[in-house]
Design a protein around this ligand. Structure first.
Ligand SMILES: Cc1cc2nc3c(=O)[nH]c(=O)nc-3n(C[C@H](O)[C@H](O)[C@H](O)COP(=O)(O)O)c2cc1C
Length: 209
C-alpha cells in the first residue's frame, strides 16, 4: 500500500472478526515500533503478546467496571457540552472497551523502560521522553498493521489497570505499561467513527500564531 493510502486508511476499529493474526505478521508489525524515533536512542520497548480468551480475560478484568463508572458519571451527562464527533466516538467506544480487547484474540501489551523519574511525577517536560517515545512507536505499529490489512484498537489504562497488568505479566519494576492494544482482522460490519473535518490551512500559522 502506498504510504499516504496507509495514512488515510488507518482508523480505530473496535469490532474484530475471529480470524487469527499469524505470528509472522504480528512480528513485522511490532518490529515497526523500533523504527520510530526514541529519546537517547534507547529503543527500550518490550511486548507481551497474549492469546487465548482465558488469559486475555484475566488481564482486562478491571476494564469493564472502570469504563462503566466513566459511562455513568460522564458520558450520559455530556451531550450538552461535548463536541458532537467526540460524543459519537465515546458512545461507540465506551461499551466496546472490554469486548474489543477480547474479540481479536490477540492482545499486545507494550512496555517501555522508565529509566529515571517516576512516570507520574515528572520534573519537567523532558522527564516524559520515555513515555513520548513509546507513543511515537504507537503510530508506527498502527500504520504497519493497516498496511497488513489489519485493524487496531487501543485502550489507555486507567485506575488500577496498569498495576493489575504489570503484576499479572511479571513486568520488571522499571518498565511501565503503555496501553492495551487489540490487533486483528476487522469484522465485515465494523463501525468506523466519522472522521473530523479539518482544514489544514487554518491550522498552519506562518511565522506567528
Ligand atoms: C492518547 C490517546 C488515547 C486514546 N484512548 C483510547 C481509549 O482508551 N479507548 C479507545 O477505544 N480509543 C482510544 N483512543 C483512540 C481514539 O478514540 C481515536 O484515535 C480517535 O477517536 C480518532 O479516531 P481514528 O483513530 O479512527 O482516527 C485513544 C487515542 C489516543 C491518541
Amino acid at each position: 500500500m502506498e504510504f499516504y493510502d496507509v495514512l488515510e486508511k488507518r482508523r480505530t476499529i473496535r469490532d474484530f472478526s475471529p480470524r487469527e493474526v499469524p505470528d509472522e505478521v504480528l512480528n513485522r508489525i511490532l518490529a515497526a515500533s523500533f523504527k520510530a524515533p526514541t529519546n537517547d536512542h534507547l529503543r527500550q520497548f518490550e511486548f507481551v503478546v497474549v492469546r487465548g480468551q482465558e488469559h486475555i480475560a484475566r488481564l482486562v478484568a478491571p476494564v469493564a467496571q472502570n469504563t462503566e463508572d466513566i459511562q455513568q458519571t460522564y458520558i450520559q451527562t455530556a451531550t450538552e457540552w461535548m463536541d458532537k464527533d467526540e460524543h459519537a466516538m465515546f458512545v461507540d467506544a465506551l461499551p466496546k472497551q472490554q469486548r474489543m480487547l477480547m474479540q481479536s484474540n490477540c492482545l499486545v501489551l507494550p512496555f517501555f523502560r522508565q529509566k529515571d523519574c517516576p512516570l507520574c511525577q515528572p520534573v519537567d517536560q523532558s522527564s516524559l521522553n520515555y513515555f513520548a517515545s513509546a507513543w511515537a512507536a504507537v503510530e508506527n505499529i498502527l500504520l504497519a498493521a493497516t498496511a497488513e490489512g489489519l485493524a487496531c484498537a487501543f485502550r489507555i489504562p486507567i485506575g488500577n489497570e496498569p498495576k493489575h497488568v504489570k503484576r499479572l505479566v511479571n513486568a520488571p519494576e522499571d518498565y511501565e505499561f503503555t496501553y492495551f492494544l487489540a490487533i486483528g482482522y476487522p469484522a465485515p460490519d465494523a463501525h468506523i467513527c466519522k472522521q473530523k473535518a479539518i482544514c489544514v490551512e487554518e491550522r498552519i500559522h506562518r511565522n506567528a500564531w
